[in-house]
Write a protein that binds this ligand. Sequence first.
Ligand code: DGY
Length: 321
Amino acid sequence: MDKPYVFITRRMPEDIVARLEASCRVSMWEYEETPVSQDRLEEEIKQADALFCNVSDQIDVDMLNQAQYLKVIATMAVGYNNIDIQAAADKGIQVAHTPDVLTETTADLTFALLMAAARRLPEGIDIIKNNEWGAWAPFFLTGLDIHHARIGIIGMGRIGEAVARRASGFNMDIMYNSRSPKPDVEKSLGASYADMDELLTTCDFVCVQTPYTKETHHLIDEGALQKMKEDAVLINTSRGAVVDEMALYEALKSGEIRAAGLDVFEKEPIGADHPLLTLSNVTALPHIGSASEETRQKMAEMTADHILEALRGETVSNQVV
Ligand code: DGY
């Protein structure tokens, strides 16, 4: 019998390919930093038994309707808003993602971004590199304190909780909003549940950790930004479209809020000419929340394992549908 056919949408390390090649025929988009072309993806989906994809691949219903043999879509990410889950479920295609393994790494980056935005690190780095550092000055580049400030975490899932643990180490007052209250987190970290209005109006740092869905599209819009304190900092390491970027730009420009730290954008890669990037109070990163060597390796291994599970006829261990 022919070996099952796996298509990988981005160049992967040899050990990951070898893991799959032991029992499958594998073909791979050869570039690491350029996404697979739409034409190639469409062609491959028609023939593949399994797809190894990532956050930048849009897998929609039209594409899935072309799939004849596809048994599993394994994404190397925890977020799966780029995949039409319902269409996959309707066709009996399993979808697997990589939770847990990236939780702590993403929380680390979230905190790094929070600290960089609060203490104006990008501005300081630019000043040094541009040889613009004059004399020491009493109020030069003063930022916001993190310790003892109030953080509001929107979405108390795995990553939200890991961010809360870090915030607790900084003696922050932790508030959160989530689909349901989390008594364990309240007990262990002293976090308190708040409705969105209370969280937005009272927090010094508002940290978006909620998945992107129809319901969370532009959750942080003009109205939400208006509710935030003038000195508040918005952090987003979830998905860009949870925040209305043009409303954020206006709020940052007019001083409605103080600063933002963003790892994710509505359109990625964000163009250097995007209005948000003209603002000195924006700290921007290129979607690197889970990008530690160890974590990305684990995510790739896990994704390959999901494919092998599905091709053996098993239910994948981290099933979305
Ligand atoms: C995820 O896993 O969803 C991240 O955004 C990509 O690492």
